[in-house]
Write a protein that binds this ligand. Structure first.
Ligand code: C5P
Length: 408
């Protein structure tokens, strides 16, 4: 990215126009050459002298000023980046249709630069089918939509429609011009990740579950997406949000048996399979149709459980040629030596290419943002170790999986 960019900041006529002043200031402060193009309505909300003073460039809303310089297309042609903040419902509709009845419209039609719009309007207008359709049209043309946020609007109402903060708009816009820094070493590969914790129903209201939040599994899916993979996330009761991404398929599951079915189907075409989900080893022999009643007896209740299939072992037994399978093993161990000993036995039993071994306890492992894993190979030998944010651990696990793949 060039150090000094030519940035067009379009401003349309909404109350949030006062916040556009912040966008202009941040860009000028960062050393960029900023040209403000307000719509005529925007000048009802913010003064032309303010915009000229802050941008340090002449400002006009008219198509008929400076005609000799062919201003109606010159600004768009010269721009490295175009930001429209705020974008009202009306301007959004005009941009989607390609109308060019003012300087902002002609500028945007004439530009080849990335266009970023920051919508701002009342919730009803934002949620209106016409507006949503226009947003989709712009998105399909490669326009970046930043916001809107949910919050207090101009009147007494609040909800989605509030323009994003100037800092966020500028950061999102400049990020577009940065070359991707993440190596695309998983491009074209199909990665399947299970995440979260299974739940085995006892009756219509109760289940046997575990404390897995799904953070590590989701971090694996996010890291694989960032590195270019096509990802299937088999999700069992996640406590963390899942990103929206055209290369991500999410399959929701509940029990170990439903997770098994989803993983077996997805693994059929996978290059890398990661079993990060915490799967119940046992399920109730019987699931009661009605809520289990409190018995008047000796004060105890006995549940009969039956073993679930070992999904990981099943996947490794059915492994496709070239496929890399990674398991996770959470262990409560007194120290590192005991952890490695437990892990080595499990690695040999499961037959996965890699086993990511981590220590868990009452306050360790589940639900936390950080993790420490020891990566063991099929024979139980330690091949790598990763500690830090679950995103960093995810990258280390994927890198280890890639090196197993390369060694084949
Ligand atoms: O034996 P353990 O439950 O510690 O093994 C953990 C690994 O095995 C994890 O990768 C987990 O997803 C997987 N697992 C499984 N099927 C089970 C239990 C665990 O695939 N029934």
């Amino acid at each position: 990215m060039a150090d000094r960019l030519t940035v067009v900041v379009g401003i349309s006529g909404g109350i949030a126009a006062y916040k556009a002043v912040g966008v202009v200031r941040l860009l000028v402060k960062a050393g960029h050459d900023v040209h403000v193009v307000p719509t005529p309505a925007a000048l009802q909300f913010v003064g032309l002298p303010t915009l000229e003073a802050l941008s340090r460039n002449p400002v006009t809303a008219s198509l008929y000023d400076d005609v000799a310089a062919v201003r109606h297309v010159a600004l768009g042609q010269a721009a490295d980046l175009v930001i429209v903040a705020p974008t009202t419902a009306n301007t959004l509709a005009k941009l989607a249709t390609g109308l060019a009845d003012d300087l902002l419209g002609t500028t945007i039609l004439a530009t080849k630069a990335p266009v970023v719009v920051a919508p701002a309007m009342h919730t009803e207008m934002w949620q209106n089918a016409a507006t949503q359709h226009n947003v989709e049209v712009l998105r399909s043309r490669g326009v970046t939509i930043v916001g809107p946020e949910s919050g207090q609007l101009t009147g007494a109402d609040s909800g989605p429609g509030r323009m994003s903060e100037p800092e966020d708009i500028v950061a999102a816009a400049l990020a577009i011009l940065q070359p991707p820094t993440t190596p695309q070493d998983l491009a074209g590969l199909d990665v399947v990740v299970s995440a979260g914790g299974t739940r085995e129903p006892l009756d219509p209201v109760r289940f046997l579950g575990n404390r897995s939040s799904g953070k590590q599994g989701v971090a694996l899916a996010v890291a694989a997406l960032a590195r270019g993979a096509l990802v299937t996330l088999v999700a069992a009761h996640l406590e963390v949000p899942v990103p929206v991404d055209a290369r991500l398929t999410v399959v929701d599951v509940t029990t170990a048996l439903s997770l098994s079915e989803a993983m077996t189907a997805a693994a059929n075409r996978a290059d890398i399979v990661v079993m990060a989900a915490a799967v119940a080893d046992y399920r109730p022999v019987e699931v009661s149709d009605g809520k289990i009643k409190k018995e008047t007896g000796d004060g105890t209740l006995t549940l009969r459980l039956v073993e679930n299939p070992d999904i990981l072992a099943g996947l490794t037994a059915a492994r496709r040629p070239g496929q890399v399978i990674v398991g996770f093993a959470a262990e409560t161990a007194a120290d590192r030596d005991e952890l490695v000993t437990l892990g080595r036995a499990k690695a040999q039993r499961k037959g996965a290419d890699l086993l990511a071994l981590n220590a868990v306890g009452w306050a360790q492992g589940f639900g936390t943002d950080d993790n420490t894993v020891l990566l063991l190979d099929e024979a139980g030998a330690l091949v790598a170790e990763a500690t830090g944010a679950k995103s960093a651990v995810a990258d280390a696990v994927l890198t280890a999986a890639l090196s197993v793949r390369a060694s084949r």
